[in-house]
Design a binder for this molecule. Structure first.
Ligand code: BGC
Length: 358
């Protein structure tokens, strides 16, 4: 009995084992198949993301011999991939552009053309991590028409430059003589209350760069950007000229105790800033004369911004005055801060010559 039953039992056990093995094989194949599909979908998304963020360079990390560890990382997460740093040379720059001031500008159109700009004039590139966080500071009073041109030309340019930036219009309240450098110091302090900017571009409202390769960022030396203005026949008026548009990192600005607060009226404050930079052992960095071309909106001299007769005496004494006149002596009162779609407007009382803010 035992002998006749044995072969049947062995056959039965073998069949069960074979069936179990087939089921296991089927399951493994199915799991592998599903796994490949999830993996492929992740890869397609990943490659797509990289292609958008770096259109000119070959996407890193997508070689065929993608390691098992990398593959597991991809499968384990569904959160967006960390962005690559933006390239040193932004890929969407167009070079020289035509700048003109004959057409009238409608701010709503400017807004519609810059939908990625957030309230207060803030922008952050979505395709890569910006190399610097830049506050653009504009000293201002009664120049609404100029501001429209500035916003019209500069927002698209700054976005092509892939900067994480904010635009701050610092309005001198009241009728006192204008003080450009003090307003710039106010902009520096106020922008830092909003975000940890590491670079500050100080620009006149009537100056538009003609070439987007003139990057609004900071370098290892203070940067002068308005190097060849139409007003000066596209040349530097003199070697030490530091007017119009300049860029200083937070460290550079603090190292020179900021800008002077005591230049009331037109002229001299930019020469004082140049002196401060040199006296603190730094030099000036500049783009070449082609990239650094700028156009200035022609206008009459503003009231209450007459040439400052004291400027020559003051420039001669920068070495002494810079110790106690600057960020460490800055006094002002913010009267109002308003966030507009394309800029932040800060109305400020900075006092007057010999008069502190009330
Ligand atoms: C003034 C500067 C000005 C330059 C160019 C100089 O005499 O002191 O403030 O930027 O001229 O106009």
């Amino acid at each position: 009995m035992m002998r006749s039953c044995a072969p049947g039992r062995v056959f039965q056990v073998s069949c069960v084992a074979l069936l179990a093995l087939s089921a296991l094989h089927l399951t493994v194949t199915l799991l592998y198949y599903l796994d490949i599909h999830v993996y492929t979908a992740q890869m397609v998304r990943r490659i797509g993301g990289l292609l958008i963020s770096q259109p000119t360079s070959s996407p890193a990390g997508i070689s065929p011999n993608f390691t098992a560890a990398a593959r597991n990382r991809t499968l384990a997460t569904t959160s967006p991939l960390p962005l690559q740093p933006c390239p040193e040379t932004p890929p969407r720059l167009v070079g020289p552009s035509r700048i003109e001031f004959s057409q009238s500008i409608n701010l709503e159109d400017v807004r519609q053309n810059n939908l990625l700009v957030r309230e207060g004039g803030r922008y952050t590139p979505s395709e890569c991590t910006a190399l610097q966080k830049v506050a653009v500071i504009i000293p201002f009073r009664d120049r609404d028409e100029h501001l429209k041109y500035w916003l019209y030309y500069l927002h698209p340019l700054l976005q092509r430059q892939q900067l994480d930036y904010g635009v701050y219009i610092i309005n001198q309240h009241g009728e006192e003589t204008f003080n450009r450098a003090k307003l710039l110091n106010v902009g520096f302090m106020e922008a830092l209350k909003e975000d940890n900017y590491n670079c500050f571009v100080f620009s006149d409202v009537d100056l538009i760069p003609m070439d987007d390769r003139n990057i609004y960022k900071c370098y290892n030396q203070p940067r002068h950007l308005a190097v060849s203005m139409d007003k000066f026949s596209f040349r530097l008026p003199y070697k030490q000229f530091f007017g119009g548009i300049s860029a200083l990192s937070r460290e550079q600005h603090e190292k020179i105790n900021g800008f002077p607060n005591d230049y009331w009226g037109w002229g001299g404050e930019d020469d004082d800033i140049y002196n401060r930079i040199v006296f603190r052992g730094m030099g000036i960095s500049r783009p070449d004369g082609v990239i650094g071309k700028c156009r200035m909106i022609v206008h009459r001299r503003d009231k209450k911004n007459e040439p400052n007769p004291q400027r020559f005496d003051r420039i001669a004494r920068t070495r002494q005055t810079m110790q106690n006149d600057g960020l460490n002596s800055l006094k002002y009162k913010v009267l109002q801060m308003r966030k507009y779609p394309l800029y932040t407007f800060i109305d400020v009382d900075i006092g007057g010559p010999g008069r502190p803010p009330s």
